[in-house]
Design a binder for this molecule. Structure first.
Ligand SMILES: C[S@@+](CC[C@H](N)C(=O)[O-])C[C@H]1O[C@@H](n2cnc3c(N)ncnc32)[C@H](O)[C@@H]1O
Length: 294
């Protein structure tokens, strides 16, 4: 998903719709669920993978990367990134010299991260594992000194049970006294709903493909869900390929998230309102929670 400032806040423009078939040239497959009711938070990312870096380069910037790099350097030891995607955070953190594991459920996302790790010659220290953060794929001996949940990954957990399972699973793999860092994207619920708005136009594949992103946003306020329906239209010469998919996010308040962390056996050590360390306040456009496993 991308993140951008909007109406004084920052927002991702997560995308998306239900699980779709692979984007087939000239044919988009859509599985839209009414107000996100049947959608899963892990869906849509496979289809988004080819466009993720392209879109983020236009909207996100890298404000959060330095924060994670500094934290990993300070904590040292072994770190884990939940939902590492294409390696946007993983690579810079890996370059600090920490030993790092990235886990992600999406094969196309993780394939991109794997290629970048190899190209950066970080394979000795940085490894990638395909798996679901609700049941982390590590044995009982796994111990991480730092677990990072950047860029709203916990908002991909669209049910209370998904979040509870993830917090329990992190609790199982984090070392005693280890740090759990969580970055939430605050303003998803205040995005206005709209239909089929052209969000971006631009060139990809070194100018060989022209891409248009058409986006719709839906809110399911009762369930705290924000749903992004995305349509990427890519033109290469006379060929047109269309990919449609949706992404769904669930946003809890800072208070709600900290309560759930405490219930799962974490102690909150800091709540920050920017990436420089300023304490959080209700108007902050960054929601960062640091917690220790008690
Ligand atoms: C917003 S992207 C973040 C990627 C990366 N951390 C970054 O900051 O650019 C979210 C990633 O989480 C992954 N994801 C979503 N739900 C997941 C789940 N239940 N288990 C594992 N990965 C998941 C998606 O496949 C996607 O790659």
């Amino acid at each position: 998903m991308t993140r951008q400032r909007r109406a004084g806040g920052r927002a991702p423009d997560p995308k998306g719709a239900g699980r779709t078939g692979a984007g087939v040239k000239g044919r988009g497959l859509v599985a839209r669920a009414g107000a996100g009711s049947r959608m899963e938070g892990w869906q849509g990312w496979d289809e988004y993978a080819p466009f993720y870096d392209w879109e983020n380069a236009r909207t996100l910037g890298r404000q959060d990367v330095r924060f994670w790099r500094d934290l990993a350097r300070r904590i040292g030891g072994r770190a884990l990134e939940l939902g590492c995607g294409t390696g946007r955070v993983l690579l810079p953190v890996g370059r600090t010299g920490v030993s790092l594991v990235g886990v992600d459920r999406s094969a196309p996302m993780i394939a991109r991260a794997r290629r970048r790790v190899r190209q950066a010659r970080l394979s000795a220290r940085v490894s990638l594992v395909r798996g679901d953060i609700r049941a982390l794929p590590f044995g009982p001996a796994a111990r991480f000194d730092l677990v990072m949940a950047p860029y709203g990954i916990l908002q991909s957990l669209v049910r209370e049970a998904d979040l509870a399972a993830t917090l329990a699973s992190v609790g199982d793999v984090i070392a005693p006294g280890g740090l759990f860092g969580i970055d939430l994207v605050p303003d998803l619920p205040v995005w206005a709903e709209y239909r089929k708005r052209v969000r971006f136009r631009g060139w990809r594949r070194a100018g060989r493909a022209h891409v248009t992103l058409v986006e719709s946003v839906r809110q399911d306020r009762a369930r705290r869900l924000t749903i992004f329906d995305q349509e990427y239209v890519e033109r290469r010469g006379r060929h047109r390929a269309r990919r449609r998919f949706s992404l769904v996010f669930r946003t809890l308040s800072v208070a709600q998230m900290t309560r759930r962390l405490e219930r799962a056996g974490f102690e909150i050590t800091a709540v920050l309102g920017d990436y420089g360390g300023r304490p959080w306040d209700p108007r902050a456009d960054v929601w960062l929670i640091l917690a220790k496993k008690t």
